[in-house]
Design a protein around this ligand. Structure first.
Ligand code: AMP
Length: 214
């Protein structure tokens, strides 16, 4: 029985490579230099598929992949149905924050009972965060370049991933609240865990041994 591992390009892929190596798995080709979506590995019964970060939980939930690496942000938005989450891999670390235009009076705008227009890809995270504050939110769902929304007057604030803060700064936005810290998790299909237990246990245990605690 073969194993399919779902990853996304960029930080998650780059930072998962050492963990795969710990499990004795090396990808035969550099996905950054290819338009292929399925990559064989040095192990004939293990392959890697590359999907959008937010689609990793979906592939693993429906068995398109047996195992994957997904950011906590994607997992919360997905809901986690059908998934076993055995490990915090401590990779692709960042945070979900609220940001506004420079000069925007956020403290005045988030008073209880107020109404705020939020642009974000992370609607579940944002909805829960502002609900707890008692702030009404008009949500504008976006799929990228959220920084533009406050600059064009489409929203008062954005909820987005922040790492160095460089992107916000370059767009004259300021981080006003940190909602949660994010890292990537190992995600396993619950049915596959039973059917392919030995192979998946080996991957889980090898990844666990290679996680850099930070
Ligand atoms: P930075 O400029 O370093 O604060 O990075 C912010 C930009 O990178 C935003 O567009 C984020 O959506 C994206 N980003 C930051 N960290 C991550 C991550 N761990 N995974 C995916 N996207 C990220």
């Amino acid at each position: 029985m073969s194993i399919t591992i779902a990853l996304s390009k960029g930080r998650i892929y780059d930072e998962t490579l050492p963990l795969l190596a710990a499990a004795g798995i090396t990808v035969a080709e550099d996905p950054e230099k290819s338009r292929k979506l399925i990559f064989p590995t040095n192990q004939p019964d293990v392959r890697v598929v590359l999907v959008r970060a937010s689609d990793v939980p979906v592939y693993v939930q429906y068995g398109g992949a047996d195992v994957g690496v997904a950011g906590l942000d994607s997992l919360i938005e997905h809901g986690g149905q059908g998934l076993y989450l055995p490990l915090d891999l401590q990779i692709a670390q960042c945070r979900v924050s609220v940001a506004v235009r420079e000069g925007f009076d956020y403290q005045a705008a988030v008073r209880q009972g107020a109404r705020l227009k939020i642009a974000t890809k992370y609607t579940s995270i944002a909805r829960e965060f502002f609900a707890k504050k008692g702030v009404h939110v008009d949500m504008v769902k976006l799929y990228g370049s959220m920084e533009l929304a406050p600059l064009t007057g489409m929203a008062d604030a954005i909820v987005d991933l922040v790492s160095t803060g460089g992107t916000l700064k370059a767009n004259h936005l300021v981080e006003v609240e940190r909602i949660m810290d994010i890292s990537s998790r190992l995600v396993v299909n619950q049915a596959a865990l039973k059917l392919k237990q030995a192979k998946l246990r080996h991957i889980i245990d090898s990844f666990a041994g290679a996680v850099v605690k930070g």
